[in-house]
Ligand binder design. Sequence first.
Ligand SMILES: Nc1nc2c([nH]c(=O)n2[C@H]2C[C@H](O)[C@@H](COP(=O)(O)OP(=O)(O)OP(=O)(O)O)O2)c(=O)[nH]1
Ligand SMILES: [Mg+2]
Length: 148
Amino acid sequence: MNLAHVARVKNTNIVMANSDPLHVAVGVIEGTDGHVFISKRHQALHQGDKWEFPGGKVEAGETVYDALVRELREECNIEVQSASPLTVIHHQYQDKRVMLDVWRVTSFSGEIGQNEGQEWLWVPIYALGAYQFPEANQAIIDLLENPL
Ligand SMILES: Nc1nc2c([nH]c(=O)n2[C@H]2C[C@H](O)[C@@H](COP(=O)(O)OP(=O)(O)OP(=O)(O)O)O2)c(=O)[nH]1
Ligand SMILES: [Mg+2]
């Protein structure tokens, strides 16, 4: 590795650290009896093999709500009928900066599941602490456990 390469690598790191965060629409889907829907991220993904609330990246020209509806249709086979904003979490992972736009999904139609073959579960809020989530999710779980 020569000096020029070091400089380029350093430069790349600087660009990454300053780049816009990845904007992600996330759905806390409420079922009956205070249960919420969680699924396991595919092993090959960023933060793989951890549990998550379904969702994904907001695409250019899309509203967060549109992204939420699209992602939950694609990932868990439901049509969102009503949802309201819950919180926004900014988090810096070692390799990525994310802005999680978290919505509470209060009504939906369709038979919920996981379209990519990943494990999924309905979990009572008090039990969420027993599952391993990405670090950024701790703030969501705290909020669900202790609503404002
Ligand atoms: N969906 C989701 N993403 C989360 C959660 N917590 C968390 O840190 N993330 C991070 C992991 C990823 O870096 C990013 C979302 O990525 P994603 O893999 O769901 O995005 P996507 O569905 O659009 O996936 P793809 O098209 O790239 O396969 O947000 C969470 O609870 N749900
Ligand atoms: Mg996703």
